[in-house]
Design a protein around this ligand. Structure first.
Ligand code: MG
Ligand code: MG
Length: 627
């Protein structure tokens, strides 16, 4: 099975696109005509360049407004086709995509179109070329793959086949199961694109909002399973028109595309065991992590002292020191926080770039080696760091943006006893039990990449994106979680540097973890213990509590207790959510404490504007300068 991508899917000039597509591991390329026309080289040279990069030239596209034209316009359409056939022969590409006509003078009629394609097929065959017909969702007379197939069937020419594009089928709500009725050898090419569900003009939606399979809301899995069930053995290729990708880094976008395609086809193989022989990618299955095993901060000096003090007031206790490195372990409940003050290696590198930051995260997985294998097959890099004597070999991968994810299974979890001396008792603490969620901040155009990273690697599910109003701009928030909520990640995308998230990004040069939320099962008890330990919560306004009183009914005294402890509140149905925030530390990082009750599954989004405003009022904490 060959994996391809259309040149239109990524940014850059043709040369950059070819390099990026080859580097990402694709087998072939669809050449979008405009990319060729903008190039200075003659077609033969362009074809040779593509082949020299190790890529097949799978498809030349698009040829528009061909079928159904009357009289002179028809003759002219055939002349145009002959010119493009010349070009394809020079390029060394044997398949052209003809998309259904939007020409104002095109006439309807399945037999008329079939006759045109029979003649085009004859002319293509004379040159050893093939023609594929694609129904555009907004085609004038043909906008459904079933009609395109009927035209191809009646044209009845071996050099004429149908081209399927998931966007055109799923975007119009056509049942992809209907594809199963098309003989696989009459499908000449398959293009995939996902898209978020937005109710808008089909053409505009298609040209600007397509995205990689798995990044949107279309059922690309059902579409691809139906395609594969026909016995189709040709290429599967991405054709993505997306404004963010057009402005993205070519290599990163190409890698993201390859990841999405491998993940999709791996899932298709799993869902349709009969396809075992189809040559689909075969990866270890995604295995949802059970939770966060540890969070590691690279930190030093006054900022390190500040974090240590804050952890103490949160009820953590230092329980161990690394046998060889300058690492201290802090624990409470199941939570482990490592403060890394090393002056060489990965943590030091991140400190040099971001100052204090979360440089590593450890996840509890069922099988660390298999998870690493899956990650690498999806295009992630393994991460290795020299190990000292007595240190364990823990599989790790690079996340996006240079972060490192360690994968710990049951066989590796004695790392704490092995590598940390003194491993003392964390004591009763303040009732914090586990890490509820980790919140990452990024520029908006990186959000899809991160979300794809977590969903493909761990099978995490996306919740609907929510808009959070910062006083100085919009922040979009996307939560992902494993079934049951063992691992929860929130991604916050900002376009403005004036938002709290944007300021964090600018100050930290792209560090990603901005806050870590700890779970408690009794936030009032925890708040009391924190107060006794000298914890300073983020102060909320009286107006906030007056509004809560207006929106919700509370048991007597409840609102006063929340107000006294600066606890925030949200309710959805029977589910209740209590939140308590720390003041910012080391720039704009902070901790959060949450108490989920009655199955509440969100993150308190309605409270975010007031929390952000409160944080902005405080500005940077004293004694924790940014340099
Ligand atoms: Mg298409
Ligand atoms: Mg949060």
């Amino acid at each position: 099975m060959k994996l391809g991508i259309a040149t239109v899917s990524i940014s850059g000039n043709l040369e950059e696109k070819i390099d990026a597509i080859a580097a990402a591991g694709f087998d072939g390329i669809e050449i979008f005509e405009q990319d060729f026309i903008a190039d200075t080289r003659p077609p033969r040279e362009v074809g040779d360049r593509i082949r020299a990069a190790g890529l097949d030239l799978l498809l030349f596209q698009p040829f528009r407004d061909f079928e159904g034209l009357p009289g002179d316009l028809r003759r002219k359409a055939f002349d145009r086709a002959e010119r493009k056939f010349d070009l394809m022969q020079e390029l060394g590409c044997d398949l052209v995509l003809v998309c259904s006509s939007v020409h104002p003078e095109a006439l309807g009629g399945i037999d008329r179109a079939a006759a045109d394609f029979a003649e085009l097929g004859e002319r293509a065959a004379a040159r050893g070329l093939r023609v594929g017909y694609e129904a555009l969702a907004w085609g004038r007379h043909v906008n459904d793959h079933r009609d395109a197939w009927e035209i191809v069937r009646r044209a009845d020419h071996p050099s004429v086949g149908v081209i399927l594009d998931s966007f055109h089928t799923l975007g119009r709500g056509i049942d992809p199961e209907t594809i199963r009725r098309i003989p696989g050898d009459r499908i000449f090419f398959v293009q995939l694109a996902d898209a978020p569900r937005i109710d808008m003009d089909l053409l505009y939606w298609s040209r600007h909002f397509r995205c990689m399979p798995g990044e949107g809301d279309l059922d690309i899995g059902a579409f691809t399973r139906a395609v594969m069930a026909t016995g189709y053995a040709g290429p599967i290729s991405l054709e993505i028109f997306n404004d963010q990708f057009r402005g993205g880094i070519p290599k990163a976008i190409a890698r993201e595309g390859h990841r999405s395609l491998v993940n999709l086809l791996d899932a298709v193989r799993r869902a349709e065991p009969d396809l075992a022989a189809a040559g689909l990618p075969d990866l270890p299955p995604p295995s949802p992590p059970g939770g966060v095993e540890f969070i590691e901060f690279a930190t030093r000096g006054a900022e390190a002292e500040g974090i240590a003090k804050l952890l103490q007031t949160l009820g953590f206790r230092e329980t161990g020191r690394h046998i060889a490195k300058n690492l201290t372990l802090w624990q409470q409940g199941e939570i482990r926080i490592v403060l890394n003050a090393e002056t060489e290696g990965h943590a030091d590198n991140t400190f040099a770039v971001h100052r204090t930051n979360v440089c590593d995260m450890g996840l509890r997985v069922a099988d660390a080696a298999r998870t690493e294998t899956r990650a690498v097959a999806l295009g992630s890099e393994s991460f290795d760091q020299p190990r000292g004597p007595g240190e364990l070999d823990i599989p790790a991968i690079r996340g996006l943006g240079g972060s490192v994810l360690h994968l710990l299974d049951d066989g590796l979890r004695d790392v704490w006893q092995v590598e940390f001396a003194g491993a003392g008792d964390p004591g009763p603490g303040a009732g914090l039990t586990r890490i509820d969620h980790v919140a990452q901040t990024m520029s908006y155009d990186e959000m899809l990449s991160w979300s794809l990273f977590y969903s493909t690697l761990f099978g995490m599910e996306k919740q609907p994106m929510v808009d959070v109003i910062d006083p100085d701009g919009l922040v979009r928030s996307q939560a992902l979680s494993t079934p049951g909520g063992g691992l929860r990640i929130t991604l916050n995308g900002t376009e403005s540097h004036r938002t709290l998230a944007g300021g964090f990004l600018a100050d930290s040069f792209g560090a990603t973890v901005q806050h870590v939320a700890f779970a408690t099962s009794d936030i009032f008890d925890t708040a009391g213990k924190l107060a006794a330990a000298g914890f300073e919560p983020l102060p909320m306004t009286a107006n906030y509590y007056a509004d809560l009183a207006a929106r919700f009914d509370f048991a007597p005294g409840m609102l006063d207790r929340m107000k006294a402890a600066n606890i925030l509140y949200d309710r959805v149905g029977e589910g209740e959510f209590f939140q308590l925030y720390s003041r910012p530390f080391a720039g704009a990082m902070f901790f959060e404490i949450v108490d989920r009750r009655g199955g509440y599954d969100g993150y308190g989004a309605p409270n975010a504007p007031f929390r952000i405003a409160a944080q902005k009022r405080l500005g940077r904490p004293k004694g924790m300068p940014r340099y």
